[in-house]
Design a protein around this ligand. Structure first.
Ligand code: SF4
Ligand code: SF4
Length: 156
């Protein structure tokens, strides 16, 4: 595994260095994480923070960073207030930018950019909407969403 100072600097564009430096690897984030309980060999928040802190770029190539459900249990219980979820967002952003993100994540991102939803309505959902008298067409909101992203800096 290669340690890269440049990669560490790239993380800092999205995540405060001081927060990362606060982590003392106690592992409390992992011990409170429901995903870690289920798949300790596939997802370990403490290890992800360790890799990010050292500057190991491999961390954004791994599928692990996409397994976090952003439930915030780790954030609530971190004695150092590191905010692991913000770090996950930073790593996911870098993963997308560098073309390492899984296709499913890219599809969801594109769907949000176009429709404002993580996924479009399936035929079954359309039918249910029709039954309830709700318009079954999902409107293309690309223009509006682009404006929102531009104003909020969401494109970053
Ligand atoms: S992020 Fe917080 S809880 Fe997790 S290892 Fe670091 S200090 Fe401990
Ligand atoms: S936010 Fe992610 S890492 Fe933290 S406890 Fe929830 S699933 Fe685990």
């Amino acid at each position: 595994m290669k340690i890269s100072h440049e990669f560490r600097k790239e993380i800092m564009k999205f995540f405060e260095e001081s927060k990362l430096n606060m982590c003392y690897q106690c592992g409390k984030c992992s011990s409170f994480c429901p995903v870690f309980w289920l798949y300790p060999e596939k997802f370990n928040p403490r290890k992800i923070i360790e890799m990010a802190s050292i500057g190991i770029e491999e961390v954004i190539r791994k599928p692990d960073i996409w397994r976090c459900t952003t439930c915030y249990e780790c954030v609530e219980n971190c004695p150092q207030k590191v905010s692991f979820v913000e770090l996950i967002y930073a790593l996911r952003n870098l993963s997308i930018k560098k073309g390492f993100a899984p296709k499913e994540a890219i599809d969801e991102f594109e769907s949000i950019k176009k429709y404002g939803f993580i996924m479009t309505a399936t035929d079954r959902i359309k039918k249910v909407r029709e039954t309830l008298g709700i318009d079954s067409d999902i409107e293309d909101k690309k223009e509006l969403i682009e404006k929102i992203l531009a104003k909020t800096g969401g494109e970053k």
